[in-house]
Design a protein around this ligand. Structure first.
Ligand code: GDP
Ligand code: MG
Length: 674
């Protein structure tokens, strides 16, 4: 590991320095917290303390809520495994202990070695600082727990911080968590196991957490729930340390258990014997060292892994290393987060204090909406929506028009062959009048035309509906994206957009129905293609009639139409000349009708979209805002609840992160100056 950062190399050198002092302690037969007495160690404590204090301050500022992980020693263990007892041993105090679930909220314990013989102990929770004494700690914790999590048996995520400044305690910050329980006891919620597991996971998941797994010597380690949980986040146990409690109760096979390491404890085991009954701290330590010195089985366990003093040592060392390892990252994350939040803050809509400002903002939004819509609906520039195909409107509209064209061409009315000439014959029979026989009755042509136009009339109207629905979606989405930060505008612009499009859709409907009516009323085109196509088709007539007149043929091959049965046509021979002419005229003319529909539709859409984007939308939005119920431009100056919450949150977060940065800067200075 290499750290460029001065603090970290300082701490790292501190922790290696620590390793040397370990040797001294291992040789110290009394096994008392020699750590406190040794000058080299107290210098270590003096130097690590400010760093630890800084980390604790960051914790108190709840930087964890900003997603920044702090190096934390997290105590986990099954219920009654002895977690609280271990903490007591380390802190030299009495904690609530007993059957059932005692620890019901995360308890952050800050232990600080303290030169004065008078201990200083206080609890912090819900913004309060409550001083207490050694004798009253249990009571005070129970009271605070009750206040946080209620007086029943429920648990809570809200932290309680206990600071113990006392002579001889190791400088450590640890979090005690509720013990894992499988079966809810009377009065506990059904999901107590899930609740506890969630809290534990939240604390042990971060890579920066050191897991202190408390295991009772009386149980089989692989069956411990706490082992399963720590393994789920720290597979190889790289950040897990095990404390084995109750060694006095179950000395058989303990040596075997800790040396075989069936459960992957990367940071090693420490076997302890905690305070039993009313023993004082000193008595408990004397008993402990006597136990490990003289017990026939326990005395075989290496002295470097037994006793509370060793545990304290190991924890401090691990803590120092963990802080050293994580500090550069924390500094970086705090800076990143701060920068990110400052940028976010700048992005918030400016608070508007005058009508002039509000007006300016409003005009700017109108301008931006117009520009965006012009780009996607008219000019075909998609830089604002590079990947959102739906917003590439010019292209999508052409596709829609092409589909419209296909739909018309594929309709049954556009079938050239079907029921060949029979329709024409039917109409010719009804168009009989007293006149010369070789005049083609126009009424027959118009009647057929009307039938055909009627047949397809729903296609253009449905198309218009589809197109406007699409335009509506696009326009509303563009509008909303521009007024995102102005919630007073959201409603009124949406209403304006919807109203306008509704109106335009109605106009288009009216227009398209008129176009269809026009096609029904008159047959006209100046397009020369009509005549040329008709002439081309009529050129086939002579051959066709010849086959009809040839009674031996039952079908005839008409160029471009395929085989046509002659039998059913022959009885109408007297009408066939005119029928043939009618059909060919209709085919030539129908192509022109369809093309005219598509062309007109394209031009109409283009005109409507232009009007919409370039003038109507603006007018509609302004009218809506100025309408009696619109409350005018002044309303723009009100900030939306969501923006103001965001503003408050960001302000708080920025302030907090700046404090963190300062805290880190001071320890950097202090360490640098030593
Ligand atoms: P927690 O639920 O994990 O916090 O467990 P506690 O610390 O409350 O301990 C549960 C019980 O085990 C208590 O009655 C303790 O006195 C007892 N205990 C804890 N450690 C030891 C130990 O090392 N030896 C003995 N004999 N009992 C212990
Ligand atoms: Mg407990």
């Amino acid at each position: 590991m290499e750290f460029k950062d001065p603090i970290c190399s300082q701490i790292l050198s501190l922790s290696t320095l620590k390793l040397d002092s370990d040797l001294e302690i291992a040789g110290d037969e009394t096994h008392h917290l020699a750590v406190v007495a040794a000058p080299i160690v107290s210098s270590y404590n003096d130097r690590i303390r400010p760093v630890l204090d800084a980390v604790d301050k960051l914790r108190n500022l709840a930087v964890m809520d900003e997603g920044i992980e702090l190096p934390t020693i997290v105590v986990v263990g099954d219920q009654s495994s002895g977690k609280s007892s271990v903490l007591e041993s380390l802190a030299r105090i009495n904690l609530p202990r007993g059957q059932g679930i005692c620890t019901r909220v995360p308890l952050v314990m800050r232990l600080q070695n303290h030169s004065s013989p008078e201990p200083e102990i206080f609890l912090e929770y819900s913004g309060k600082v409550v001083p207490t004494t050694e004798d009253n700690i249990s009571e005070a914790i129970n009271m605070a727990t009750g206040e946080i999590a209620g007086n029943g048996k429920g648990i809570s995520k809200t932290r309680l911080t206990l600071t113990v400044k006392k002579q001889g305690v190791p400088d450590l910050t640890m979090v005690d968590l509720p013990g894992i329980t499988r079966v809810p006891v009377l009065g506990q919620p059904e999901n107590i196991y899930d609740q506890i597991r969630d809290i534990i996971m939240e604390y042990i998941k971060p890579e920066a957490s050191i897991i202190l797994n408390v295991l009772s010597a009386t149980v089989d380690f692989p069956t411990c729930e706490s082992i399963r949980m720590s393994q789920s986040v720290d597979k190889n146990g790289e950040r897990t340390l095990a404390v084995v409690t109750k060694c006095d109760k179950s000395p058989e096979g303990l040596l075997e258990k800790v040396t075989s390491d069936d459960v992957n404890i990367g940071l090693g085991y420490v076997c302890v014997r905690n305070r039993i009954g009313d023993e004082s701290y000193e008595e408990a330590r004397t008993e402990e060292s006597a136990l490990f010195a003289s017990h026939p089985l326990l005395s075989k366990i290496d002295k470097s892994i037994v006793g509370v003093p060793v545990l304290a040592q190991n924890l401090m060392q691990i803590q120092a290393k963990s802080i050293a390892r994580n500090l550069p990252d924390i500094v970086k994350k705090i800076n990143d987060k701060l920068n990110h939040n400052l940028t976010e803050f700048k992005k918030l809509p400016k608070t508007m204090s005058s009508v002039a400002e509000a007006m300016t903002a409003f005009m700017r939004i109108l301008g931006q909406v117009k520009e965006s819509l012009q780009k996607i609906l008219i000019r075909g520039e998609f830089d604002e929506y590079p990947d959102d195909k739906k917003m590439h409107c010019t292209a999508r509209l052409v596709e829609m028009l092409n589909n419209f064209n296909d739909e018309l061409k594929n309709s049954p009315q556009s079938d050239r062959v079907g029921n060949f000439l029979m329709e024409e014959i039917k109409h010719l029979e009804e168009a009989k009048e007293i006149s010369l026989p070789n005049f083609l009755p126009r009424t027959a042509f118009l009647a057929i035309l009307q039938e055909k136009v009627n047949g397809i009339s729903n296609i253009p109207t449905e198309f218009v509906g589809r197109v406007w629905n699409y335009i509506e979606e696009v326009v509303i989405s563009v509008l909303m994206s521009h007024v995102e930060d102005y919630y007073q505008l959201q409603l009124s612009t949406r209403r304006a957009g919807l109203n306008l499009i509704e109106k335009m859709k109605e106009q288009s409907m009216k227009w398209v129905m008129e176009v269809v009516e026009m096609e029904k009323l008159t047959d006209y085109t100046c397009n020369p293609e009509f005549l040329s196509e008709w002439n081309r088709l009529m050129a086939e007539k002579e051959a066709f009639m010849k086959d009809i007149d040839d009674n031996s043929r039952y079908q005839t091959n008409l160029d471009g139409f395929g085989w046509i049965a002659t039998g059913n046509l022959r009885p109408f021979r007297h009408l066939l000349d005119q029928a043939f002419d009618l059909r060919m005229r209709m085919i030539s003319y129908w192509r022109i009708v369809l093309r005219r529909l598509v062309d007109c539709m394209a031009l109409h859409l283009q005109l409507s979209v232009n009007n919409l984007v370039n003038k109507d939308l603006e007018f509609e939005i302004v009218s809506e805002l100025m309408a009696p119920h619109g409350n005018g431009i002044e309303r723009l100056m009100e900030e939306s609840p969501s923006v103001s919450t965001k503003r408050v949150k960001l302000t708080g977060s920025v302030k907090k992160l700046k404090e963190c940065k300062e805290i880190l800067a001071t320890i950097m200075d202090r360490i640098g100056s030593k």
